[in-house]
Design a protein around this ligand. Sequence first.
Ligand SMILES: NC(=O)c1ccc[n+]([C@@H]2O[C@H](COP(=O)([O-])OP(=O)(O)OC[C@H]3O[C@@H](n4cnc5c(N)ncnc54)[C@H](OP(=O)(O)O)[C@@H]3O)[C@@H](O)[C@H]2O)c1
Length: 245
Amino acid sequence: MTAAHTLVTGATRGIGRAIVELLLAQGQPVVGLARRPDPGFPAPLVCADLGDAAAAAQALAEVAQRWPVARLVNNAGVNQLQPLGSITDAAMAQVFDLNCRAAVQCTQALLPGIRAARDAAGRPVGRIVNISSRSLLGRLDGSVYAAAKAALVGFTRSWALELAREGVTVNCVAPGPVATEMFERNNPPGDPRRDRLLGAVPMQRMGAPEEIAAAVAYFLSPAAGFTTGQTLFVCGGASISQIHL
Ligand SMILES: NC(=O)c1ccc[n+]([C@@H]2O[C@H](COP(=O)([O-])OP(=O)(O)OC[C@H]3O[C@@H](n4cnc5c(N)ncnc54)[C@H](OP(=O)(O)O)[C@@H]3O)[C@@H](O)[C@H]2O)c1
């Protein structure tokens, strides 16, 4: 039997890519999923748009059939900033669809393998990690994203309850601002929002994707087998700051 794999969605760039590289460095096999091919990707990569439920179903069936996936990182997500008064149905549908519906779809598609996964001693080793955001605590001009990321905490805690007796853990990582393409796209240099965001981080800097990956790798590890339903903020202290992001 091939070693248990981890599926990372949104794997080719940013936080997802850092998770993939850390797991590979730890000797753990990984499968990535993203919309576009990436010739330099260091592991098998399945390409599908998780916003297209039918295409995603096909890709996830292929993953489940080709690799013994014991661990899942629901990382793919999207953010659209729209202040209250300007929220569009289209943006709301897209943000909830990719951050929430697709995470449910990925989890359900891989659940049989995650439930069945065992280590050499026969102990359950199934793991699910959802990538939320510090924004779940409240985000100026980003209430739809905040709500979608808060929903992921609800999923995390409820799935943790449902799977606890089977020894499968479900946890959540909530990053603060991290230097990725998504962050640069939403907060370009010169945008006053960017200075406001960084000014609200007590550590006065952005996080690195590798710092988020370290928290994810902990939740995925055998050592974290008694930790479930938790949300870890990796945000330079922004979750305890009194200044609003
Ligand atoms: N960056 C931050 O400051 C920050 C803070 C808090 C939380 N987060 C969360 O962390 C996660 C990763 O964010 P990131 O900043 O690392 O993003 P990113 O740099 O924009 O990377 C996104 C990754 O997801 C893939 N992807 C995007 N849309 C997809 C789709 N519809 N289907 C499949 N794959 C898709 C992209 O590849 P393709 O384009 O080829 O599909 C890419 O590999 C997200 O859930 C985000 O909400 C980010």
